[in-house]
Design a binder for this molecule. Structure first.
Ligand SMILES: [Zn+2]
Length: 463
């Protein structure tokens, strides 16, 4: 099967130009103006549309156990919702329980995805324990295409690891070329502040945000970058949420260090007031780091514009309001941490970034596709429209109006963090590895067609 996408405007991270795209099988064969119609068995007309590489969401949590429950989207529903928003690749997180081998965790997550994933997926490995054969396990993971690891400086007694473990992991990646991703918040200090709040009877959702100061984030970002500098390794800060933390990344990058950071739509568009909603609705906005004061938002947009921040991901980790968020009704620390977003990332960043003049179209593509492809070892297979790349292609209608709502979204969760947000610009057609899986609002993919992506170490962003 060959497909010709005609008359569109191709947008890559480095250029915008009118061109046709010829797809043969799973790959892009040619990108140039004037490819004859006879070259393909099927023609898609992209007149008036932008043709872009499919979105890459480098931070999702599908089917993830947390606090006695499990995130409500699995690999089938989550990747389907992703496609509805123009995302054709995700990188999810496998979790190594303490005292176990990483290979067992990888098997567990492959099983979760097997027969379900509808788009290609990679996995990061969350490291909770480097005892025993931990360092060899890391090398083993890199050989399996799990070229990145996540470590937590937050959640003591659950996921948090100490500085020695972080340093050992960083030192190992300096050798094997993988990338360490850090959840950067000072969990020990936050736990003391949380205990004080509970002792004072402060149990409402808003205290989730009030007990996690931006300084606790900035301190951890600073420490993570310092440890990476000593280990001579790159480091990637996940879900950066505040100006204080951003300043640490910017300073490091100004010194030439290979420090990278992502932020997410919720930190760019929502603020702490959401947690104060009546009737426990603030719980819908409980995730970590928490939403911050409004003054942080323009600073983060600025960071995206000037490459102090390199990636926009979602940290998609949905829990239903009715029966999951409710676990924390009398104690904010029992509210499952996470929110839904996998479907809305491109819509929100396009509308609030490109339409409002904060980002160029090329920078948009870079933030949602090309940079995550490079940093996480998928480029140029993913993240660019060029001959030889996977045919992960979206046709984007810049004139389409859309109102985000839980009534119409495809994520398996009973609320939207962006309920009622109106956006201009939405996906029309989604192609994944040469197959049209979404067209005009009709889903054409199928469970199990998505494949595990072996990612390369030394993705190229820092060499
Ligand atoms: Zn996360």
């Amino acid at each position: 099967m060959s497909t010709l996408i005609r008359n569109g405007t191709v947008v890559n991270a480095d250029a915008t130009f009118p061109a046709d795209i010829l797809v043969e099988g799973e790959k892009i064969k040619e990108v140039r103006a004037g490819i004859p119609e006879t070259a393909a068995t099927r023609v898609l007309d992209a007149t008036g549309l932008l043709v872009m590489p499919g979105g890459i969401d480098a931070h999702t949590h599908l089917d993830m156990p947390f606090g006695g429950t499990t995130s409500s989207d699995d690999f089938e529903t989550g990747t389907r919702a992703a496609a509805f928003g123009g995302t054709t690749t995700i990188v999810d997180f496998a979790i190594q329980p303490r005292g176990t081998r990483m290979r067992d965790a990888l098997d567990t997550w492959w099983k979760k995805a097997d027969g379900k994933a509808q788009i290609d997926y990679g996995l990061h490995m969350i490291v909770t324990d480097l005892g025993g054969a931990g360092l060899e396990d890391m090398d083993d993971m890199v050989r399996e295409g799990v070229a990145s690891f996540k470590l937590f400086m937050a959640y003591p007694n659950v996921l948090m690891v100490d500085d020695a473990t972080i340093f050992r992991a960083l030192s190992q990646t300096a050798k094997n070329g993988a990338l360490v991703c850090m959840h950067a918040e000072n969990g020990s200090v936050i736990d003391v502040i949380v205990a004080r709040a509970l002792a004072e009877g402060k149990t409402a959702p808003i205290y989730h945000a009030l007990t996690r100061p931006t300084t606790a984030e900035a301190e951890a970002v600073h420490r993570a970058i310092a440890l990476a500098e000593i280990a001579r390794a790159p480091v990637y800060i996940v879900h950066l949420s505040s100006e204080d933390a951003l300043n640490e990344v910017r300073e490091a990058r100004d010194r030439g260090l290979p420090a990278f950071a992502e932020t997410c739509p919720q930190y760019l568009l929502l603020s702490i007031e959401e947690l104060d909603r009546p009737n426990f609705e603030g719980a819908k906005y409980v995730f970590t780091p928490p939403l911050r004061e409004k003054k942080n938002l323009p600073k983060l947009w600025d960071g995206l514009k000037h490459d102090h921040l390199q990636v926009v991901s979602t940290d998609h980790c949905p829990f239903c309001f009715e029966d999951q968020k409710a676990l924390g009704k009398s104690d904010f620390t029992k509210i499952p941490n996470g929110g839904p977003g996998i479907e809305n990332r491109l819509q929100l960043i396009y509308h609030h970034g490109v339409n409002q003049g904060k980002l160029t179209l090329n920078r948009f593509v870079e933030l949602v596709s090309t940079a995550p492809a490079r940093i996480f070892g998928m480029f140029p297979r993913k993240g660019v429209l060029a001959a030889g790349s996977d045919a992960d292609i979206i046709l984007w209608d810049p004139a389409a109006d859309h109102t985000i709502s839980a009534q119409t979204h495809h994520m398996r969760v009973d609320y939207s963090m962006f309920e009622g947000f109106r956006v201009k610009g939405n996906v029309r057609t989604v192609m994944s590895c040469g197959e049209v899986i979404l067209d005009g609002g009709v889903f054409l993919g199928k469970a199990g067609r998505g494949r595990f992506l072996k990612r390369q170490a030394r993705g190229g962003a820092w060499t």
